[in-house]
Design a protein around this ligand. Structure first.
Ligand code: F6R
Length: 609
């Protein structure tokens, strides 16, 4: 989604703002803008396209100042134009950047027009700057004007506002869209994600829902939703490496695919001890809570939803608890039945996805026994608002297409299976099997990446294809779904996934020589069934690409390319089989020449509905 950066300092801040935007660019990238206050008053620059276009304009104009705000935009209301890019300005004095959606913007717009304000953009955001200006005109300070403004807003916002009359002062407000304050020495910063500020500070203060804060060079004051001045804890970021860099890789996606062995090692470190997993990886109260759990309700979106689908197969087979999985945007708008002794589980890389977060908040009102999140961002709303949390330690994921977050989510979920199995009196051999299989994973993932060159060559065969079909059975069916999602989002080739047994109920009609069929083969009792499905495709002239364990004994021929994968315990096969599908999507995208890390129309961390 959109990214926000702000700074107030003794030094000039344009470069800090632009570097912050570069680091957030992966979240939203159709246009960008910056506004600063200096001796000439308020100056702003906006450009359609990448941050680089804005940086070039800043260099050309030399616009700079000791306080400023900046934004990368991913269009929600209004086309991708310079006029719709942020910051928005009212009466040449008040500037605003905003993430989220103001749902009552139309009514506010009409009211403000009645008060004489004219609008320069089609955005919902522009109402904020005019409202603040209107409140300032009543004689309020900037802080009070913002407090009065947010009371009138419905919807989601993370917003930063500055006003020419109070130079050096940023006022920020959060409801539904995250904001963090970065603490410097004699200077302070704000951003929608700490990643933006890592070059200037490691000390962060996270705003809570409903907070409004006043930030100057030397002082930070936070007010909660009841307008009470509150202290928010300062956290020191332990982000280990320069998440902003691609290292030796051409794209973040490729880097992140190759980081999976290390991400897995970090996620499992200290959490497996011989035959047992460490239940406290889910939090200090996990053991007590898990004893009461008889049902699991999983909620997530996109790739994280696919991780939840795999977990359902595992939980029912190995932990003896029933499980439902649902997409967050569906769950939150229907009346659902809450099974007794249910654990409500959210899965999210970012921990900020609007629909998943809203589902978690809803679940808290519905009588679930407890909530757990499997999440990659320790400081996220979902981690803070859940009873239990399993932190995947994948490191910052910058590529829009989720890769290492997914496989580490699966590892966390498999640990949950072992933990709930133990709590439910399942035979200890299951936990031992899971522990050993997980412990072997980092090395197995490394071995799996050895087929990179083979997949790169295979990708050539997809260059002229417009459609594709992914097939899987059992816990490999969600992996087929994930493979299809990855291919469509980064290469723009239409891809659909089916449980292989469904083929004859309709999709078989699509099969011809132009339709590549990608098969993820399990190595269990479903293998023979899958082989029959493969024959159904072969008989209709379909071309297949089969990812299979050597022992499955598929043989390449005119109609079938077999890609053999390293042998693993079938329990972790869904994790391992994800890698070649990620690589395939990546290399097909390279051939297609798409913007792999920032595919069109997409954004990382979807903090709006
Ligand atoms: C696809 C992808 C998305 C996310 C989805 C949920 O590659 O990344 O489908 O998985 O937007 O995001 P999180 O996991 O942050 O809740």
């Amino acid at each position: 989604m959109c990214g926000i950066v702000g700074a107030t300092a003794e030094r000039r801040v344009a470069e800090i703002l632009l570097e912050g935007l570069r680091r957030l660019e992966y979240r939203g990238y159709d246009s960008a803008g910056i506004a600063v206050l200096n001796d000439q008053g308020l100056q702003e620059l906006r450009r359609v396209g990448k941050v680089q276009a804005l940086a070039a304009a800043q260099e050309e104009t030399g616009i700079n100042g000791h306080v400023g705000i900046a934004h990368t935009r991913w269009a929600t209301h209004g086309k991708v134009t310079k006029e719709n890019a942020h910051p928005h300005v009212s009466s040449d004095t008040v500037a605003v950047v905003h993430n989220g959606i103001i749902e009552n913007h139309e009514a506010l717009r009409v009211r403000l027009q009645g008060l004489g304000y004219s609008f320069q953009s089609e955005t919902d955001t522009e109402v904020i700057c005019h409202l603040v200006h209107h409140e300032l005109e009543k004689g309020h300070s900037l802080l009070d004007a913002v407090k009065a403004t947010v009371k009138q807003l419905e919807g989601a916002y993370g917003t930063v506002i500055m006003d020419q009359r109070e130079p050096g002062h940023l006022v920020i407000a959060r409801s539904g869209s995250p904001l963090v304050i970065g603490l410097g020495i004699g200077e302070n910063f704000v951003a929608s994600d700490q990643l933006a500020l890592l070059p200037v500070t490691r000390e962060f203060m996270y705003l809570e829902e409903g907070d409004v804060a006043s930030v100057t060079r030397t002082q930070i004051k936070v007010f909660d939703s009841n307008d009470k001045m509150v202290e928010r804890q300062v956290h020191t970021s332990d982000l280990q490496y320069d998440a902003g860099g691609k290292g030796e890789y051409r794209h973040f996606m490729l880097k992140e695919i190759h980081e999976q062995p290390i991400a897995m090692r970090n996620t499992l470190e200290g959490r497996i001890d011989g035959d047992r997993i460490a239940i406290d990886a889910f939090g200090p109260q996990a053991e007590d809570i898990f004893k009461n759990i008889k049902h699991v309700q999983i909620i997530a979106c996109g790739t994280s939803y696919h991780a939840g689908m795999v977990a359902r197969y595992w939980l029912e087979q190995y932990a003896g608890v029933s499980c439902n999985v649902e997409i967050a945007s569906e769950f939150r708008y229907r009346s659902s039945y809450v099974f007794p002794n249910s654990l409500f589980v959210t899965i999210s890389q970012s921990g900020e996805t609007a629909d998943t977060l809203a589902a978690l908040r809803l679940a808290k009102t519905l009588g679930y026994h407890a909530s757990l999140t499997v999440c990659n961002v320790a400081s996220s709303s979902m981690v803070r608002e859940s009873d239990l949390a399993f932190l995947t330690k994948a490191g910052a994921e910058i590529g829009v297409a989720s890769t290492k977050a997914f496989t580490t989510q699966l590892a966390g979920l498999l640990m949950l299976v072992a933990a709930l199995g133990r709590a439910n009196g399942v035979d200890a051999s299951i936990e031992a099997r899971i522990s050993h299989a997980l412990a072997s994973l980092p090395n197995k993932l490394e071995e799996a990446l050895n087929i990179t060159a083979e997949i790169e060559a295979l990708a050539e065969e997809f260059a002229d294809k417009e459609n594709s079909l992914f097939l899987g059975r059992g816990d490999q069916y969600p992996i087929a779904m994930e493979g299809a999602l990855k291919l469509k989002e980064v290469s723009y080739i239409h891809a659909e996934a089916y449980a292989a047994g469904e083929l004859k109920h309709g999709p078989l009609a699509l099969i011809d020589a132009q339709m590549p069929v990608i098969v993820v083969a399990p190595n269990n009792e479903l293998l023979e069934k899958l082989k029959s499905n493969v024959e159904e495709v072969r008989a209709r002239g379909g071309i297949m690409y089969v990812f299979a364990d050597k022992k499955a004994q598929f043989k390449s021929d005119d109609t079938m390319r077999v890609i053999n994968l390293v042998h693993v315990d079938e329990i972790i096969a869904p994790i391992l089989y994800t890698l070649p599908l990620q690589l395939l999507s990546y290399y097909v995208a390279i051939i297609k020449g798409t913007d792999v890390d920032q595919p069109r129309n997409l954004a990382k961390s979807v903090t709006v509905e």
